[in-house]
Unconditional design. Structure first.
Length: 297
């Protein structure tokens, strides 16, 4: 009551009045789903058709840019979760992206979501591809952001970018050099501040624990991914509507990878935006608009 009164007084002073139903700030409510082999922590935000969000290597569900989530949650029911072995989830009984895709399918089953639109960023794009290939009935639309198709068609980033990407606990400075292009590091620092504020307010879970052993296992799973052309071949048989999006200045996953995915998946769309690996955070307005338009088809 005291907080509501304070809000009303502030609005009155601004000449805006005090409405009958002031919107309450969003607070993440974490749930735990029990699957066949582990427990998966997750939360949801927004309304509409479910949009499952798959994050990258060594990251938790708390590391999506809150500003992007606010935009996407206007039209979609976002489902965000920790991979097994990460954050608040149980152990990872596996060592491949196929196993993470199977765990993801188990999560959808456990929370009563038979199908979902799927957005996979970076390593999350590997998991999303395997989910769409191995569990096609679970995926309504597929959005692949800043990822690669595996095998010999993959174009790796610079050696320095690859080395930082394989670090289990890189520094903030190293992360920002990967995520944002030169000259846009201030935007990267604003992203980190948004994470800090959102964590303090409860808008995102206070959930940033990634055991070094799990991060190493995720990185190790990339070796067979890159040595085999199986995934690239199987992309040619996908019947799921697919959007491939990349950053024009991405040092980790050059945009040519998304061009090759779009050329391989039948009738896939391609969108290249300015920015580096975090192009979807940097240009979140155009990216969210692209996602909304694609999913409305």
């Amino acid at each position: 009551m005291r907080a509501r009164l304070a809000i009303c007084l502030c609005l009155a002073l601004l000449g805006a009045g005090c409405g009958q139903s002031a919107a309450r700030p969003f607070r993440a409510q974490v749930h735990v789903a029990r699957t066949a082999h582990t427990e998966i922590a997750w939360y949801e935000r927004g309304r509409g058709a479910p949009l499952l969000m798959l994050i990258g290597t060594g990251s938790t569900m708390a590391e999506w840019d809150p500003a992007l989530l606010r935009l996407l949650a206007k039209r979609h029911r976002l489902i965000l979760f920790d991979y097994p072995g990460v954050g608040l989830s149980g152990p990872w009984h596996g060592g491949s992206f196929d196993s993470l895709a199977a765990a993801t399918a188990g999560l959808l089953r456990a929370i009563g979501a038979p199908r979902a639109d799927v957005l996979g960023w970076s390593m999350g794009g590997f998991v999303a591809q395997r989910l769409a290939i191995d569990h096609p009935g679970r995926v309504s639309h597929l959005i692949l952001a800043g990822t690669n198709p595996g095998g010999s068609r993959t174009v790796l980033g610079t050696p320095r970018a690859q080395a930082i990407d394989s670090e289990s606990h890189p520094s903030d400075a190293q992360i920002l050099r990967q995520l944002y292009p030169p000259g846009r590091q201030a935007e990267g620092r604003r992203f980190l501040r948004r994470l800090e504020r959102a964590s303090r307010s409860g808008e995102i879970p206070d959930d940033f624990r990634v055991p070094a052993a799990t991060a190493r296992r995720q990185v190790a799973a990339e070796d067979p991914w890159l040595r085999s052309n199986r995934n690239y071949r199987q992309l040619g048989g996908l019947a799921v509507p697919t959007l491939a999006a990349g950053g024009a200045a991405d040092p980790v996953t050059p945009a040519v990878n998304l061009r090759r995915i779009a050329a391989r998946v039948p009738r896939a769309e391609l969108r290249i935006l300015p920015g580096a690996h975090a192009f979807l955070f940097q240009d979140r307005g155009p990216f969210a608009h692209t996602v909304d338009r694609f999913l409305a088809r």
